[in-house]
Design a protein around this ligand. Sequence first.
Ligand code: RB5
Length: 150
Amino acid sequence: MSEEKSPIIIGSDHAGFQMKESVKTYLKKVGIKYEDIGPDDEESVDYPVYGIKVSRAVSKGEFERGILICGTGIGMSMVANRFPRVRAALCNHIFSTLMSRQHNDSNLLVMGGRVIGESLAHEIVKTWLETPFEGGRHQNRLGLFDEVEV
Ligand code: RB5
């Protein structure tokens, strides 16, 4: 029998490493499988390298959702939202997290490891995983994303 596919792919840079480890502990505790694409320690790395790996996998539908963590969350969000079908939300508080699911159907959660603490990060991940998309008028609005022309 084949292994059940992890629903979540997670990555960070050095500034988000500690929080990534902490989020992994939380995911394990609640029984959610994930794939960690690194890094494996706090040595300085370039956040786009890890941001691209996670975002590409979500964009291609290889994973349902992704989690990215850098120092502020800003760089990772910028990278992630360049990918088609990725709706990355930088959430450093609960209200944005709730709205990012209810209204924006976010499929990639970004947090700032230097902005928030571990317990808030766990609450944000819990909220993001448990909150459904409301659909309806919000689905129509997401449809308008495809009108973007460059
Ligand atoms: C790394 O020093 C820092 O620039 C990075 O983690 C992130 O905050 C970028 O947006």
